[in-house]
Design a protein around this ligand. Structure first.
Ligand SMILES: [Zn+2]
Length: 135
């Protein structure tokens, strides 16, 4: 069953760390009146890691042709039937995750989010290159 009805406030436990930093940045900007105050809504979307199944075998990594050939038929059957699947970590096995409904936000807020993400991306790649250079 897929829960499509939800436009609702997210539970903080279902938001990842970078997303919660974005939220607190948005809250600050609203308080300082740099962007209009508005509700931030979330909607349920199907988890892309497990395609909504709540389980996957990503923990096994990629099954190479070599290891596939080494397996006997029983092990191949087990694999195909999901015997090795584990609960999906991205969605805690629920098959769905919450994503910000950005299109419902005022244009000024959407722009703020775009700028925020660009900055976050730039500082992430800057520190990546600093690490490469051994700083
Ligand atoms: Zn999942």
């Amino acid at each position: 069953m897929i829960d499509y009805d939800g436009l609702r406030f997210a539970k903080t436990s279902q938001i990842n760390e970078s997303e919660s930093r974005l939220i607190s940045s948005l809250m600050d900007a609203m308080q300082d009146e740099r962007i209009p105050t508005c509700d931030i809504r979330y909607e349920w979307v199907i988890c892309s890691d497990c395609r909504g199944e709540g389980r996957n075998s990503l923990h096994l990594g990629v099954i190479t042709q070599d290891s596939w050939n080494e397996w006997d038929d029983d092990k191949r059957d087990d694999y195909m039937s999901g015997f090795y699947d584990r609960s999906c970590t991205a969605c805690s096995g629920t098959g769905k995750v919450q994503e910000m409904d950005e299109e419902s936000l005022p244009e000024a807020v959407q722009e703020y989010i775009r700028n925020y993400r660009e900055d976050a991306y730039e500082s992430a790649s800057a520190s990546y290159y600093e690490r490469l250079a051994g700083c």
